[in-house]
Design a protein. Structure first.
Length: 120
């Protein structure tokens, strides 16, 4: 799978994904830091990448309907320090390949993952 890691997340998320065979790019490496949410979402569509972010705006299904995008993983964690974010994401990684991700919104919390979107 192809992922884009938003600028608000540690680059180590890309390293975790590539270590298990996924293609992961960071917003920083693509010189897109500071771009609008719409620009990031559009780039993800063009590149067929699933966006991983802490930005809760991407969890708004009225603004970003999952069926119109490659997919979103929004981390919704109270503690946003690097070790905690990496730990929460590592647990969610076990679902990649098991649960549908294409054209879905995953909301990843400390103790659960909620998946929104329709089969399409």
């Amino acid at each position: 799978m192809r992922f884009k890691i938003d600028e608000n997340l540690p680059v180590e998320l890309a390293e975790l994904l590539t270590s298990v065979g996924h293609d992961a790019q960071t917003v920083h490496a693509q010189h897109m830091q500071g771009e609008s949410d719409c620009s990031i979402a559009r780039a993800c569509m063009q590149e067929e990448r699933i966006l991983i972010t802490l930005d809760l705006d991407f969890a708004d299904m009225r603004t970003y309907p999952p069926q119109q995008y490659t997919g979103f993983i929004v981390l919704r964690v109270g503690n946003q320090d690097k070790p905690h974010v990496l730990h929460v994401f590592e647990r969610a990684m076990a679902l990649i390949g098991v649960e549908p991700l294409q054209h879905r919104l995953w909301i990843v919390e400390e103790t659960r993952v909620r998946i929104r979107g329709e089969e399409g």
